[in-house]
Design a binder for this molecule. Structure first.
Ligand code: HEM
Length: 496
């Protein structure tokens, strides 16, 4: 008993009566003066915070990132200044559409969010396990996500609204094919690749910019569930991915991913066949080869899930000197939305929580707000310029200046001069998948698309079939046959 700590209330006062409320007589009623009872009940009902509006179910771990190849000619980011540099990092993997308690093996993209604690500040790369996305303008994101969630009246998921949206937005086809292949049901989080997906930029010491895409290749090998296995696992172990990640790290089998980049010069970007800032497109690896950069290893399960994983906050706007954004319209929308979500979900000082805090210097003039912690600034002045503090802006961190063409301001159609939604999905079908994977893709689509119902069923299915045909005739035929649609010549003409 002697080595045990005293039980205390939340402000340190020891107490004894943890299990029995204070009552008038042995049968009650209970006295209001039993403040321990009040404290425990009141804290308990406040244990939940708003879950993430997307990516609510997830798993996280700390680790290390190490630079293995020199890219200092491309970027002046301190972490990449020399081979051998390393930094602590945190990763959170997730499904997208489901709620916090939903099953890990749902067919869904997987979030692949990384936080690198670098000397020049925290760098977040908030990506997915897919190199592309369903849409290419942030304005469409809330509507798209509504289709992945529940019907407001019935509170049920609906394949009808999912395919209605996809069929009306053909730019989604590339990601839809990836999602419907067995890559849509990865075997936990260790056996999938990660992608920054968007085009970012690297800025070097000479203020030269190179466009870049980030790829993380799993060193555990790609492994997916079949549709049947994933469905079965939803019932057997809805927390499959969480258990797999925690158990493997605790057993010392630290999962690793190698970081590669693809780069494109500004001149190449002007000439390239597709818009290089369109997140529904990949850059072909034979044209823009992968260049190895480093390795990340996850080696520590956080000691408290809520504190570290639930309260982790990643934002594409958390960039560091030498790494910057691009004109990608989706990315630009995301630069706003994440910090906004954090202010709502965690409060204005979420960056002061341990998992989000920069372990190096933070010097600015933001003060107060809910749950403020003064460990960064103590009693220093809260205004600038001032005559008392030693904090001042550093000229070398000035944003790179650039010229815009004589551009017109308008709500440009996202597909204007950018409407080839079919070549890359077709190549995914013929080049990325082998025969077996193609059959799995077709079966998965047939199972899913076949679930569309209601008065618009035929219209939605036919519209989506046209997209499959335009990507690849064989794919269209196999799906059509699978769901029992007769192909009439009108439709075939439409696909030419
Ligand atoms: C989470 C918005 C597109 C990957 C979130 C969250 C929001 C959001 C509000 C919740 C953040 C939080 O509560 O901490 C958006 C918007 C998008 C978009 C507005 C389009 C304009 C994307 C894309 C990707 C992506 C294209 C990947 C390439 C993620 C990931 C998370 C997330 C991985 C979970 C981060 C975590 O683990 O905490 N998104 N998103 N999102 N998003 Fe997006």
């Amino acid at each position: 008993m002697e080595n045990k700590k005293k039980l205390t209330n939340s402000v340190g006062a020891p107490y004894f009566e943890h299990q029995d409320s204070q009552t008038v007589g042995p049968r009650g009623p209970v006295l209001l003066q039993d403040f321990i009872l009040q404290e425990n009940l009141a804290h308990f009902v406040r244990e939940r915070i708003p879950e993430r509006i997307v990516h609510a179910k997830g798993s996280g771990a700390y680790g290390t990132f190490t630079v293995t190849h020199d890219i200092s000619h491309l970027t002046r980011a301190k972490i990449f200044s020399q081979v051998g540099n390393s930094c602590k990092m945190f990763a959170r993997f997730s499904t997208v559409g489901g709620e916090m308690g939903s099953a890990d093996t749902e067919r869904d993209p997987r979030g692949f969010a990384l936080k690198f604690y670098t000397e020049d500040g925290n760098w977040d790369l908030v990506g997915n396990n897919t190199p592309v996305f369903f849409i290419k303008d942030a304005k469409k994101f809330p509507d798209f996500i509504h289709t992945q969630k529940r019907v407001p009246k019935t509170n049920l998921k609906s394949k009808t609204m999912v395919w209605d949206f996809w069929s009306l937005n053909p730019e989604s086809l590339h990601q839809v094919l990836i999602l419907m292949s067995d890559r849509g049901t990865p075997h936990g989080y260790r056996h999938m690749h990660g992608f920054g997906s968007h085009t970012f930029s690297l800025i070097n010491a000479n203020n030269e910019r190179t466009w870049v895409k980030f790829h993380f290749k799993t060193q555990q090998g790609i492994k997916n569930f079949t549709d049947d296995e994933a469905t079965k696992m939803k019932g057997e172990n809805p927390d499959f991915s969480q258990e797999d990640l925690v158990n493997e790290i605790e057993a010392g089998n630290f999962p690793k991913w190698k970081l590669y980049i693809q780069t494109m010069t500004e001149e190449q970007a002007k000439e390239w066949r597709w818009n290089p800032f369109d997140v529904t497109k990949v850059w072909f690896q034979d044209e823009f080869p992968l260049q190895e950069v480093g390795v990340m290893e996850l080696n520590e399960v956080p000691r408290n899930y809520f504190v570290h994983v639930e309260q982790s906050a990643f934002a594409p706007s958390h960039l560091v000197d030498g790494i910057s954004f691009s004109p990608d319209k989706m990315l630009q929308g995301r630069l706003f939305s994440y910090a906004d979500a954090h202010r709502y979900r965690l409060g204005v000082n979420s960056h002061q929580l341990e998992v989000n805090k920069c372990p190096f210097a933070v010097n600015n003039f933001q003060r107060a707000g809910h749950m403020a912690d003064d460990s960064d600034y103590g009693d220093k002045p809260n205004y600038f310029p001032n005559s008392f503090s030693d904090v001042e802006p550093t000229e070398s961190y000035k944003n790179l200046e650039y010229d815009l063409d004589n551009s017109r301001v308008a709500h440009f159609d996202r597909n204007q001069n950018d409407d080839d939604h079919y070549t890359q999905p077709g190549l995914f079908y013929t080049k990325a998948l082998d025969q077996e994977a193609r059959s799995a893709l077709v079966n998965n689509i047939v199972g899913h698309l076949g679930g569309v119902d209601g008065p618009k069923r035929d219209e939605i299915i036919n519209r989506q079939l046209c997209h499959f045909f335009r990507a690849n005739i064989e794919l269209g035929m196999r799906v059509a046959q699978g769901i029992g649609v007769n192909i009439d010549t009108n439709m075939m003409n439409h696909t030419k």
